[in-house]
Design a protein around this ligand. Structure first.
Ligand code: GLN
Length: 257
């Protein structure tokens, strides 16, 4: 009850402040669907999601509960790299403080130590995930299906030239089981995790098809901001209409995977 009171104290619909990181340059193959999915589910649970689109040069938001980032072409990555370097310290602090983050493909690569492009240019990343990536001429394109320890079967679509290798400090998001190449086409790993940060090659959009990951992000954001157990309590307190809408979204996700 205490945590519910804490959430209640800020109004009936506690805000969740979500950043879409480099929305203009890093957002391809339907990645913006992830924002729609997070906001819709958060609303159904009774939160008030507030999305802020952050682009290079913008003022850094004061309060952040979750960060979503998408993929991009190499030139998109080059456009944001200076700003990312500047914001690296802030992002590392937030990751340290357990802010949930989802980084797809191009930003997944730049959340690692570096991405070496096909022109052998090295884009230094922020090093939140202990991975590095080197581009190879052959692109890896197609459906991607993996088994993730915490999320079960995860489905999506990959399109990248970079081969990503995990260091000791990162664990994979999942193991490629059916279709796809994953991090590097060799070790069957896909994606990387550290604290509440998830990096992955899964476009799709990922979240509409994989609600367990959406809920992981919302729960992490809500419990961090309003106290442990907030998400579970909001879920229990949902009205029937929201509950059936959530069931409908879950069954659509099931059909899509
Ligand atoms: N440019 C990067 C690569 O090709 C990322 C591509 C993407 O985000 N889809 O590996």
């Amino acid at each position: 009850p205490q945590t519910r009171d804490k959430a209640k104290a800020v109004g009936d619909h506690p805000p969740l402040r979500i950043i879409s990181l480099y929305h203009r340059d890093m957002n391809i193959y339907g990645d913006s669907g992830n924002i729609l999915s997070v906001t819709r589910r958060a609303e159904l649970y009774g939160f008030r999601p507030m999305v802020r689109y952050y682009d290079p040069g913008d003022a850094w938001p004061e309060r952040i509960d979750m960060i979503l980032g998408g993929g991009g072409q190499d030139h998109g990555q080059e456009r944001i790299i200076d700003d990312l370097r500047e914001r690296g310290g802030l992002l590392r602090d937030l990751a340290d403080q357990d802010v949930p983050m989802l980084m797809i493909c191009g930003l997944y690569q730049l959340f690692g130590h570096y991405f070496e492009t096909s022109d052998h240019e090295r884009l230094e990343g922020v090093g939140i995930l202990d991975v590095h990536t080197v581009a190879k001429p052959e692109r890896m394109i197609g459906n991607l299906v993996e088994q993730a320890e915490d999320f079960g079967r995860v489905v999506g679509y990959e399109n990248h030239s970079g081969l990503t290798y995990l260091g000791e400090g990162a664990r994979p998001l999942g193991t490629v089981t059916e279709d796809g190449r994953g991090n590097n086409g060799k070790d069957h790993t896909e994606g990387a995790r550290w604290k509440k940060v998830i990096g992955t090659y899964m476009h799709g959009s990922l979240l509409p098809k994989n609600p367990a990951i959406t809920d992981f992000l919302i729960e992490g954001a809500a419990d961090r901001r309003y106290g442990q157990g907030t998400f579970a309590q909001m879920k229990t307190a949902m009205d029937q209409r929201s509950r059936s809408e959530l069931e409908r979204l879950d069954s659509l996700a099931d059909q899509a995977s």
